[in-house]
Structures are given as structure tokens and as C-alpha cells.
Write a protein that binds this ligand. Sequence first.
Ligand code: FAD
Ligand code: SF4
Length: 518
Amino acid sequence: MSCAKGALRLVLGDQLSPDLSALSDIDPARDTVLIAEVAAETDYVPHHPKKIAYLFSAMRHFADELTGNGVRVRYVRLDDTENSGSLEGEVARAFAALDVDRLICTQCGEYRLDEVMRGWEQRLDLPVDIREDDRFLCSRDWFAKWAEGRTVFRMEHFYREMRRATGLLMTAEGKPEGGQWNFDTDNRKPPDAKTGGEGLFGPPPVPRFEADATTQAVLALVEDRFGERFGDVLPFDYAVTRADAEAALDAFIAERLALFGDYQDAMTPGEDHLYHAVLSLYLNAGLLGPMQVCRAAERAYLSGDAPLNAVEGFIRQVIGWREYVRGIYWLRMPDYKETNYLKATRDLPAFYWTGDTQMACIAHVVDETRRLAYAHHIQRLMVTGTFALLAGIDPKQVQAWYLSVYADAYEWVELPNTHGMALYADGGVMASKPYAASGKYIDRMSTYCGGCHYNVKKREGPGACPFNYLYWDFLDRNEGRLKGNPRMGMPLRTLARMTDETKATIRADAARFLQDLT
Ligand code: FAD
Ligand code: SF4
């Protein structure tokens, strides 16, 4: 059936892909693409100004790319005087202004907006076609089928299915390359400053991209509107076009992938990115695709330019963790956001926003986050995440922080990582045990402790590292909830062997420290 009128095709800020399902059958003669910068999306949490600048500039460049390809684009800027402030308002305004009779969109990445979009047909009284987001490798339905009947979900089982489905790192006989699915045990090297080995210091820097006139205009707008928020907008050097994001991918594959595995868990001040990809912000906004980055890594392995432990580790993060957390998110929302298995209620300490703490590890991660809207996985999980877990911080407040401060943060990926992986708020859906650790872990994997006010070797008493007594206090407080978990057996047995006097000192240290937090 041919329609006389055209369609309005909505492209959201994280849907900047030419192969987006909402654009697949576009008729440039009749259809119009709507892209809008709206206050409802910049303000529902206080997003880092660099994240807003990155997205607005990438949106404006994508609009130019579409226009250059002969597509009509209605682009609404944040400071347009008629801007209604919400996506719903902009869809309504576009309908009133254009000769279109239906709306075509792609599923969004957050339950909050998904609910709003599902109500448009009725509220705006127009036909709405919401299509699958097929930029992900695993559809919501496929994941729901995979999960059906399972009492326990484990990423590793899902990952193997994804390897088989994609053929990545699979031999012609259908076996995993190298005879093993997972090489994670090879990927835990501490920083070389400790071991005297070679290779950690001086990792090649991530490429920096100069701000063009479009980005400059966005930076001025963002400084003006959001300059008071947590986070530095300048210097700004993220890629904002597909071509530059591809250059960032090429540089990672050529210069950092080979050591990505070895130093995946290492942390050290002065080296913000180490050998990490720094590609999540491009993947999550659609400037790069998951198969594109995985195939590039696989080619590096096949040509002998990167070892299997690095390439398998990288591919596992992308087709394993990234797809898995999205599956969990859509399977478990909206209840997932309400989870608080450990009944944690303490307010988020102010130092998550100021970095004003004598704990060198946290001060460093907050500083890096403020400057870059980036911190790598172990910094997010084992420093700010573990602290929030041990101190019993309210998961909702922790989650809002992570969603605000990282350039790659969208609820579909951030919430399961926060509630599930870092805080164990979901009671074990994502992780088989809480990622609770004492200062010993940070000392082994980082160089933070040497320059810290606290003594990482001291478990309790004056000057002891807070991660130490908070760790034992956490186990003590939560013993009832954790004792059924076989993976918690060993630390709980160690706790049980402590004298009553030691336990009392730990409890007192923890109580004093937590009291001072607020
Ligand atoms: P690398 O370490 O180089 O990894 C390569 C790629 O694998 C990443 O680009 C990313 O796409 C993917 N990846 C790796 N780990 C994960 C994971 N656990 N979940 C999903 N994808 C993964 N990632 C986000 O993209 N957005 C978030 O909002 C986010 N919030 C997080 C919150 C917490 C508490 C934790 C512990 C992790 C969070 N992560 C999030 C996952 C991970 O920390 C980031 O994907 C990673 O640090 C991005 O940096 P990179 O590109 O250098 O990744
Ligand atoms: Fe962090 Fe403790 Fe090490 Fe200080 S001593 S950097 S608080 S782990």
C-alpha cells in the first residue's frame, strides 16, 4: 500500500547509525527525520557536561551526514526558542508542522522513555511503529528465551552461545579458538611498577580529535547551560563522527589491544586509559557497531598482531557482558531498579562529587571521572563500586551517580552493572557473589596505596585503610544474607575465627568512619 504522506522518523541521541531500523526503508522524497536536543533528556539526572557535549555534537554531525545523503532532517537545538523541552512535545510539534501521517522509531535504551514512547499512539493520536533495535546482536526476545526455565543466569553460558551464534574466534570444527572459551586467568597482571616488568608505563595515548566549528558551538552552549554541574567540558577531544570513531578503533587495535588483556585490571594514577579501548561511548551511541569492533579484534589475532588472551578478553566484553547486561535489563525491568537485597540505605557521600577524601584511590577515580567522563571497568567496579557496597550506600543514589557521570552511561547498561555487579542489590542475578574486597585487592592491582594517607597493611585501628575494616564489617553485618552462598564460605570462616575483641574494634572503626561520612 502506498501512502500519500510521508513518515516522521525519530532518531534518538544514542541511535546515530545509518543502518538504524527506523531508517531502513526511508523514502527521502516524503519522509523527514526528527532529531531533537531536549531538556527532559539532559536533566533527568545531572549528566556530565562532556557527555552532553559529545552527544549533541555527534547528533549534529549525524544530521549533517543524513542531509548530505539527501535525507530531510528536522533538527531541534536545545536553545531553539520553540523547543518544547521533551521528545513527546517535539514529535507533536513536528506532526503539526510537517506533511506526515505516521511515526517510525527504534526501541530506546531506557525503560523510562520506553514507557513514554509506548503511550504516544494513544496520547498523540497517531500511528506509531516502534521497531526492534537490531544493532544489538541478541534481541530482547532471544534473551528471554535463553533465560526461560533457568534458575541461575551466568554470563559465561550466555557468552558461549554468542560465540557460536557469531562464529567469532571459532574454528572450522566449531570449537573455541585455542581450545578454551575464556582466558581470563591470564588477564590479571598488576601494574609493572610493582613487578619491575615492562610494558605498562607509557601506553600509547588514545587519539585526540580537534573540535570543529560544530563542536565549538556545542561546547559554548554546554558551558553556558551546564557549566555548574559536576564534570569538566574542556578539554574536549572525543570523536563525534563515524570516521573519527573508526580512527579511534583502528588506533586501539593497532596500539593497545595486544596488552589489553594483560593489564585489564591494573590501575595507576597518571595513566587514565592504560590499554583499555575507550570505545563504549561510540558503541553505545551508534558510531561503531559491536560486530565491527569484534571483527577488527579478531583480524588482529588471525594476522598475529594480538595474542588470544587479549582478543578473547575484548570480544567477551562486547558480545558477552555488553549483550548480557542488556538482556538482564529488559528481562527484569521495572522491578530491577527497585532491588536492594542488602538493604543498604546510607546516603551517597559528598566525595563522590567533590573527590575530597583522604582515600587516594577514590580521590583519583573521582578526579579522572570529573576530567574525562571516563573511568575503566575496574576503577568503576573495585574502587567507587566496592566502596559503595562495603559502606552500604543506597543503590538508587549510587545508580544515579553512575548514570550521570560517564559518557557511555545509559540505563540499559549502567543499571545492571551497578545494581547487579557492583552492589549485589539484585541478590545474585548478575554476579554469583558480591564483589566485596579489602584494600589488599586495590594494593595488588594499583599504585594508589603508596601515596595514600591510610595504611593498606593495617586492618583496624588508627590509620588503617577504610576498605579493610569496612570489608570485615560488611561481612559481619550481612552474614545472615551471605552464609548460604558457597563462594562466601572462606571469608565468612575467617571472620568466624576472629576474636570478639577484634570484631569489636572493626565494628567500632567502621561505625566511626561511616558516622563521619555523613
Ligand atoms: P574496555 O575495558 O576496553 O572494554 C571493551 C568494551 O567492552 C567496552 O567498550 C564496552 O562496550 C564493553 N564492556 C566491557 N565491560 C562491560 C560491562 N561490564 N558491561 C557492558 N559492556 C562492557 N559500561 C557502559 O558502556 N556504560 C555504563 O554506563 C557503564 N556503567 C558501569 C557501571 C559500573 C558500576 C560498572 C562496574 C561498569 C560499568 N560499565 C558501563 C562497564 C564498563 O566499565 C565500561 O563499559 C568500560 O569501562 C568502558 O570503557 P572501555 O571502552 O575502555 O572498555
Ligand atoms: Fe584506597 Fe586503602 Fe589503598 Fe588508600 S590505602 S588507596 S584507601 S585501598
